[in-house]
Design a protein around this ligand. Sequence first.
Ligand code: COA
Length: 278
Amino acid sequence: MSQGALLVEDMPVEGCSPMGGVISVWTLNRPSKLNALNRDSHTAIKEQCARVEAEDSIRAVVIKGAPPPPVEDGGRSKPTAFAAGADISEFVGKSSDDVRSFFGNNAWEAVWALSKPTIAMVDGFALGGGTELALACDIRVASSRAKFGQPEINLGLIPGGGGTQRLCRLLGYGKAMEMTLTGEMVGAEDALRLGLVNKVVEPDKLEVEAMQMAEVIARKSPHTVRVAKRAVRAALDLPFSEGILAERSEFIALFDTEDKEIGVKAFLERNDAEWVGR
Ligand code: COA
């Protein structure tokens, strides 16, 4: 669909009710620059976020990086990357006034703000804004050769796409501080141990694993999935006791939905639920 910095393909999922459903797969597509996120990438991601919210058929989003380009004659091969960060070449000579409005309306927060589930499929380098894009997703599935890091400190910068805050929430203060201050990379197995990723698989299994997870979610009631996402998110923003109340209120409201009745009946009758999405 979209060309250039972001390739978009909507993949139909069997067994999705009501009236079918798709997983929108986005490929960061600047492989010669390790899929570094430039202005075009941000614009395309933000456009796709708006489309995802507008189109009922889209049940989940999977974000991945384009594979390395073929090696040119006499050239060096490029490594595999999800995204090696923001495009550093766009930082040269820029003042705070030059970047304020751009970073005030960025792709990381657009992805984070989606009401539908998002999965980052991380193969190879996810550095700086690449780690931050993965963190802006709800779930991260990585290959065994994935590497995460926040190397902005080496550029005289800090993470600007939510990295300090999301790492702190996900990994805790100490590890978030270590990654931010040292700029050192974390390999896939350590990322799994730290809770930075949900799953690690061999590179040739990554696509299947991430898509299967997206399909499992896509087959649930789309309404209930949104409510579930909102409820878990409340834990990040609200004090614990308020979060418990928020969850209870969402849970009780679901008793007025058709999908609750459909799901409960299907269980009792040993059938598959045919969701209606309300
Ligand atoms: N922005 C712009 N271009 C980038 C980039 C980025 N964040 N990361 C890599 N590239 C480009 C390189 O400039 C190079 O371009 P060229 O071939 O036209 O010269 C190409 O991608 C390949 O990268 P290269 O550095 O040659 O690959 P490598 O295998 O030697 O090293 C990395 C891989 C990931 C270790 C290294 O590219 C790197 O450290 N990238 C920057 C990471 C970073 O600081 N990110 C935070 C940005 S805020």
